[in-house]
Design a protein around this ligand. Sequence first.
Ligand code: PAF
Length: 257
Amino acid sequence: MTQVLQTVATYRSWRSESVGTNTLGVVPTMGGLHSGHLELVKRALSENDRVVVTVFLNRTQFNKQEDFDKYPAVFAEDLRSLEEIGVDAVFAPSYEEMYPDDYRYRISESKLSSELEGEHRPGHFDGVLTVVMKLLMVADATRAYFGEKDWQQLELVKGLVETFFLPVEIVPCPTVREVSGLAMSSRNRRLSEAALGQAARFNQILNTADSDLLAERKLAEAGFEVEYVADRGDRRLGAVVLEGVRLIDNVERRSNR
Ligand code: PAF
């Protein structure tokens, strides 16, 4: 049976009594679980003796209240899916439990976090890095699983772990996609049928355009509001808005294939 733990103290008791010296995988999530999250969890289950999934809708990483309000909060549904695949524990704390300081203390990175996603979502990565630091400190896990869909987040989390000597291995997991190529995301639930069809063009254009500038132009022509497309190293990253829903994705650049 999956244990639901809502406080740091009860989590720590579970950690010492039920995990002990066994390996532990942690999958941090904000809930609203989809098949992409479940792939991370399955991987964690296959590589560790015990697995904990954190379900915490972290309001400090939302720069728009409206986005926070619209995020799917479906804990009973999430718990059912996690129970079905045999997760050992779910850590689901309240805001007060995670932020006893009401976010007076925070982690911030001063370079990568102000570009791309950071430029369009001021303060977003401070919220992400702060909560990931807290979750990793509490979880005390052997491995932590993050999706490559949030490429910039993944890079920043790797940097966090390295910088603060956190004793956990970060395991990057490939983006899980719909048959159409659309990256799975909790936000996809907010798209109409028609927009879901159109959203598939996002990944196709990122994959096929000859340059980031051309990708931007083609996306605009395909009806997306484009926030950015940028080629960085071996990746092409992009963010667009469709029906008021913000979508992000990244692909390996064609020249590198
Ligand atoms: O990727 C997410 O769902 C969130 O940014 C994370 C890592 C769970 C932190 O709230």
